[in-house]
Design a protein around this ligand. Sequence first.
Ligand SMILES: NC(=O)c1ccc[n+]([C@@H]2O[C@H](COP(=O)([O-])OP(=O)(O)OC[C@H]3O[C@@H](n4cnc5c(N)ncnc54)[C@H](OP(=O)(O)O)[C@@H]3O)[C@@H](O)[C@H]2O)c1
Length: 294
Amino acid sequence: MPDAGSPKVVLVTGASTGIGAAVARELARQGYSLVLTARRGGRLEQLAVELRQTGVEVLVLAADLADPATPERLVSAVVARFGGLDVLVNNAGFGLPTLFADAAPADLRRQLGVNFVQPLMLARWALPHLIARRGTIINIGSAISSVPNSALGAYGATKAGLAYWNDALRRELAHKGVKVCLVEPGPVQTEFFRSLEALAPPGGRYNPLLDAPAAWMSARVEDVARRIVRLIDHPRRRISVRRRVVWPFRLIGGLFQIWPALGDLALSSMTRYFDRKGDLARTHGRLGDARPSE
Ligand SMILES: NC(=O)c1ccc[n+]([C@@H]2O[C@H](COP(=O)([O-])OP(=O)(O)OC[C@H]3O[C@@H](n4cnc5c(N)ncnc54)[C@H](OP(=O)(O)O)[C@@H]3O)[C@@H](O)[C@H]2O)c1
């Protein structure tokens, strides 16, 4: 919880929907000052109106994180308004609905940028301010990174990369008082899966390996948000939500590491099955100019 006199300032990326919006609501409930960013400015403004009613300060910065100039611009705008930054939540991210071979190179580049490169660049620009305030970086990874699979090949790679960097940075910054935490959710019911579906070819199925998970195995977005916000006062190296879904997944990942031939057999067979059925969507070039509607 922030001090009564000086609320901590938190920058949340991907705050227009899903986990990011829920994190913003939880932060507002606890009295933090907020900076919300995503592409859909209308949604961010709507959320800001709601959150300001709780008495907190909210700055909206609509921006495309795929733009290489965005991280520097965001951090400068935050510092100009609040004089510093206490917490960076690297949450924005998206999946692609195809196998690697079917993804347009431009889409892959965009995904690598938004999910992996820009979280690092944001942290780099924010670092002097975070060091000055002995602040916190919270990175949103994914449980998927423990089982490399063709359904989410490049996506999983961005999350695995984030996990490596998260640990390296935590060790680099420990003596400077900056906390670095990784959150690896299992399935959460958000727009994540709907946006995958929206990118599938008209009338065609998208990658069935990415079907929206059943409610029983999904975490509630509010619970995920509470766990994330708790890290500000109670930092942890890595947390999973929900643990009872993620741990079996980790176990399978561990087994496939010890016995890679088994992993190859299981996941290659599954991919081959769907590929033969012709279910795997091909979306060449659709994402680059696809803008989500408000
Ligand atoms: N849902 C799950 O099951 C699940 C599981 C594990 C990990 N995660 C991770 O959790 C994070 C949040 O996902 P979610 O489930 O909340 O998905 P979501 O509802 O689809 O939200 C994704 C957020 O990212 C933003 N975003 C996407 N592309 C962007 C871009 N180019 N520039 C700026 N912002 C961009 C979106 O905002 P705009 O569209 O307005 O730009 C949106 O606010 C992601 O990193 C995801 O990989 C999700």
